[in-house]
Ligand binder design. Sequence first.
Ligand code: CU
Length: 315
Amino acid sequence: MDRRQFIKKSSLTAAAFSVGGLTTLAPRKAGAAAIDFSLAAEAVSKTMVDGVTIPVWQFRDLSGFGPGALPSGLVVMEGDTLNVTVYNDLDRPINFVVPGATSGTAAVAAGSSHIYSLTAPAAGSYFYADELNGEISRAMGLAGPLVVMPSDGSDSLYTGGPMFDRQYTLVLSELDDRLNTAVAAGGSYNMENYEPNYFFVNGLSYPDTSSDADTLIAMSVGEDVAIRFIPTGLITNPMHFHAYHVKVATRNRVPETAVIDKDSVLVNVSECVDVILPCTQAGAYPLHTHYIPGVTANGVYVNPYGGALIIMSAS
Ligand SMILES: [Cu+2]
């Protein structure tokens, strides 16, 4: 089918720090630290859920990994000093920015490296990306999640904010294979033609999301579960919950003033959204984008979906 047929936990009080898969040095409860990490910006091939292989870009943590299939991601605490060495193995200059915290940082030329130092900003959900190549690099996949925990050491979204029993980081992204093919060949792409055909949560598409602990939300009835939607892609996703109602706590770290129960949460481009899910019943239910092509692989429903759909299970 042509895709154009579509209209256009572990408890945090225990040792495990359950922002699944994110690199964390320790479940620190207090104290700013200096944290060094190293990211290689690189071009690799990624196999889609339908078996097609597509060139992508990524930030790969040289000493860790990210949630799901993502090769990087970091959990830090407010006030930490982050020293990020970026090795640019791509074919063009990039930089490293944390939208909402840094911008206009120095470029790192192809084939060289640069150390970016920043102080971890206010508690909340962020992503890091390259801004020198505009939307192209995010479309290629060059971005990763950054979670900043409050400096008071609490299991909350921010000091004095909503508390939680578990937290999950869900990075939303997608790709348009035509763009990736063009950019991998050294070219560019007219973003007016951007029409993605593969969709991911933490770098995985359903059904692969259901067999990765970072991307399968596992809860116990009675818990409050924090879910951090971190949109590193370039489309808006209306995220729809079956069986549960959630409370939107923050949008780009700004607390919502009117908190109402929702079964669908709009995640706008570049806007990180943190929600609290009170786990009210046992069972297994989907959480997925309501952008219809977003639950397919290249326009095809496989197994029986194929995109940004994950399973929430509670007992
Ligand atoms: Cu549904």
